[in-house]
Design a protein. Structure first.
Length: 489
C-alpha cells in the first residue's frame, strides 16, 4: 500500500505531521510520500511528485480552514500551486483521492474550485480531529485505504496520448474481431464448381492416400522435433513420386499434416487435402491456410454422427469452397450416400469410402472382392447422373499380409480386376470413375479396435521405397499411361 499526502504547509502542517507518522507506522516510511521531503537530490521534484502520485494506491487531500482561500489566492496571483497540480493530476489519471477535513474545515463547494478540480466535491471523505479523537479517526483513514479501491485502472504516466492510444487500440481490436466473425460466420455456401472441371482434376492424376510413416513412431510416444518429422515426410513424398503416383489424398490438417501440401507441391504432386474433423474451425482454418498448395479438399472421413454432424459437414464444405474457389467434397461410408439424399449433394464430386469391411473380406478372393466394389459403384451411378457429379472411390484397400491367403500377388490381382471390370462395357459401370487406393505405405500403428486385423498391411510401397506389384497394375491401366505410353512423371 502506497499513500501520498497532499497538503498545504500554512494550512494544516501540524495535524499532517501526525497523520504522516501514523501512516508510516502502519505502512512503512518508504510507502508514505509527502511533497519534496521524499524527492531525491538533483532531480526535478515536479516530475518526481507526479511519478509518486501515479504509483500510489491513494492520495489523501488534507483540507484545512484556509485551504480554499489559499487556492483562490494563488489562482488570482498566478503563483505556482503544487497542491492543485497534484490533485489535478490524480483526478485526471484515475488515482483514488480521499479528502481529509481537518480543523473543522468543510468540503469545498463546486463554485469555489477551478473546473479541473470539480471532481473533488464528489469524493467521499473523512473528518480528522485532534486528540482525543485523532487515533480513532486515523484508524478510519487506514481502514478506508485498505478497503476496495475504484475499479478504474491507473495510468502510470501523465501522457494523455496514451489514453487516446488505448482507445485506438480498442477500436482496432473491435475491427479485427468484426472481420473475424464476418469471415467465419457469414454465408457459407456458393455455387458448386463445374463438374467437367472437377472430373478433369480427378482423371488427370494417379492418386494415392497418404499418411506419414513417421506416425508409427509418434503413436509409440517417441519424441521427435519438427525437423525430423518433416524430413520423414519429404522422404515419403519422394518415394510416392518416384514410383509413379502424381497426386495424394491426405487425411487431416492438424499438426505436421498441415505442412504436407506445400512439400508435395515442390515435387509436382497434386494434393487433395483432408480435414479429419469437420466440426473443428481450427482445422478448417489450417486447411484454408494451405490453399496455395491444394488442388481440392476432402472433409470428414467416416465421422458423421460421431466426430461431427451433417451441419458441420455443410459448413466446412461451404466455407472452404467459398474461401478458396477450389473443389470440396466429403467422404463417408457408401451406405450413407444411399440412405441420406442430402449427403451426395454437399460436395463437388461423390467420394464414398470404399474400404472393404470384415464381412466382405472374409476370405481373399481378388476377383470376387473387386466385383463387390463394382456393385457399390453401380448403385451410385443414378445419383451421379442426377446431380451431374463425377464419381471417385476413396480409400480402396486390399491387404498384402495379415489375412489368410493375402500376398503382394493377390493385392495386385485385386486392383487389376477392379480396374478391368470397372471399364468393361457389360459388367462395369457406365460412367468414368476414379479409384484412389487407401495407403501409400503400411501403417503398423493400426492395431486393435476399430481397425481390422489387416488394416496395417495395405500399403502399396515397401518401407524401402520399392513398389509392390499392385502399383504396376494401377499405372498400366491409368488413362495417363494410355495417353502418353508411360506413367505420368
Amino acid at each position: 500500500m502506497k499513500v501520498f499526502l497532499c497538503y498545504r504547509r500554512n494550512d494544516a502542517a501540524n495535524i499532517t505531521e501526525l497523520i504522516y507518522n501514523g501512516l508510516c507506522r502502519e505502512f512503512g516510511k518508504q510507502n508514505v510520500f509527502r511533497d519534496v521531503h521524499n524527492a531525491p537530490i538533483g532531480f526535478d521534484f515536479r516530475t518526481h511528485i507526479r511519478d509518486r502520485v501515479a504509483e500510489c494506491d491513494g492520495l489523501l487531500a488534507i483540507i484545512g480552514r484556509s485551504w480554499v482561500e489559499e487556492l483562490q489566492r494563488r489562482e488570482d496571483t498566478g503563483e505556482d500551486d503544487f497542491v492543485r497540480d497534484e490533485l489535478e493530476f490524480a483526478l485526471n489519471h484515475s488515482v483514488r483521492v480521499i479528502p481529509l477535513l481537518v480543523d473543522g474545515a468543510e468540503l469545498p463547494k463546486k463554485g469555489e474550485l477551478p473546473e479541473a478540480l470539480h471532481g473533488l466535491v464528489y469524493m467521499a471523505g473523512l473528518e480528522v480531529h485532534d486528540a482525543p479523537h485523532f487515533a480513532g479517526d486515523l484508524r478510519l483513514v487506514i481502514d478506508g485505504l485498505r478497503g476496495p479501491a475504484p475499479e478504474e485502472p491507473k495510468i502510470s504516466s501523465d501522457d494523455r496520448g496514451r489514453r487516446r492510444g488505448r482507445w485506438a487500440l480498442f477500436a482496432l481490436i473491435f475491427l479485427l474481431l468484426a472481420l473475424f466473425f464476418w469471415d467465419n460466420y457469414w454465408p457459407t455456401h456458393t455455387a458448386r464448381l463445374d463438374g467437367a472441371t472437377v472430373a478433369n482434376l480427378l482423371r488427370g492424376h494417379v492418386w494415392i492416400g497418404y499418411d506419414p510413416t513417421i506416425r508409427t513412431e509418434l503413436e509409440k510416444g517417441v519424441v521427435l522435433d519438427e525437423a525430423q518429422i518433416l524430413q520423414a515426410v519429404d522422404r515419403d513424398l519422394e518415394k510416392i513420386q518416384r514410383v509413379g503416383f502424381t497426386g495424394i489424398v491426405t487425411f487431416g490438417s492438424e499438426g505436421h499434416q498441415v505442412q504436407i501440401p506445400r512439400r508435395a507441391k515442390k515435387l509436382g504432386l497434386a494434393v487433395i487435402m483432408g480435414v479429419w474433423d469437420a466440426s473443428s474451425r481450427r482445422e478448417v482454418g489450417r486447411a484454408f491456410s494451405q490453399r496455395a498448395y491444394v488442388d481440392a479438399y476432402c472433409v470428414g472421413f467416416n465421422g458423421l454422427g460421431s466426430r461431427y454432424y451433417y451441419a458441420d459437414l455443410e459448413w466446412a464444405v461451404g466455407r472452404l469452397r467459398w474461401r478458396t474457389g477450389k473443389p470440396v467434397t466429403v467422404t463417408e461410408p457408401l451406405s450413407l450416400y444411399l440412405q441420406d439424399s442430402r449427403l451426395p449433394g454437399i460436395g463437388d464430386w461423390i467420394f464414398p469410402d470404399a474400404h472393404l469391411g470384415k464381412m466382405r473380406l472374409s476370405c481373399i478372393d481378388p476377383q470376387a472382392n473387386a466385383a463387390s466394389i463394382i456393385e457399390d459403384m453401380r448403385s451410385l451411378v443414378p445419383i451421379c447422373r442426377d446431380l451431374d457429379r463425377p464419381l471417385a472411390f476413396n480409400a480402396v484397400a486390399y491387404p498384402h499380409a495379415q489375412a489368410i491367403g493375402a500376398s503382394s500377388r493377390t493385392q495386385a490381382e485385386f486392383f487389376a480386376s477392379l480396374l478391368d471390370i470397372s471399364r468393361d462395357p457389360q459388367a462395369g459401370i457406365p460412367i468414368p470413375a476414379t479409384i484412389v487406393p487407401h495407403s501409400a505405405f503400411d501403417d503398423p500403428w493400426k492395431s486393435g479396435h476399430p481397425f481390422y486385423e489387416w488394416d496395417s498391411s495395405i500399403g502399396l510401397i515397401t518401407p524401402y521405397g520399392t513398389p509392390r506389384p499392385a502399383i504396376e497394375e494401377i499405372l498400366s491401366r491409368s488413362p495417363l499411361r494410355r495417353k502418353t505410353g508411360k506413367a505420368a512423371e
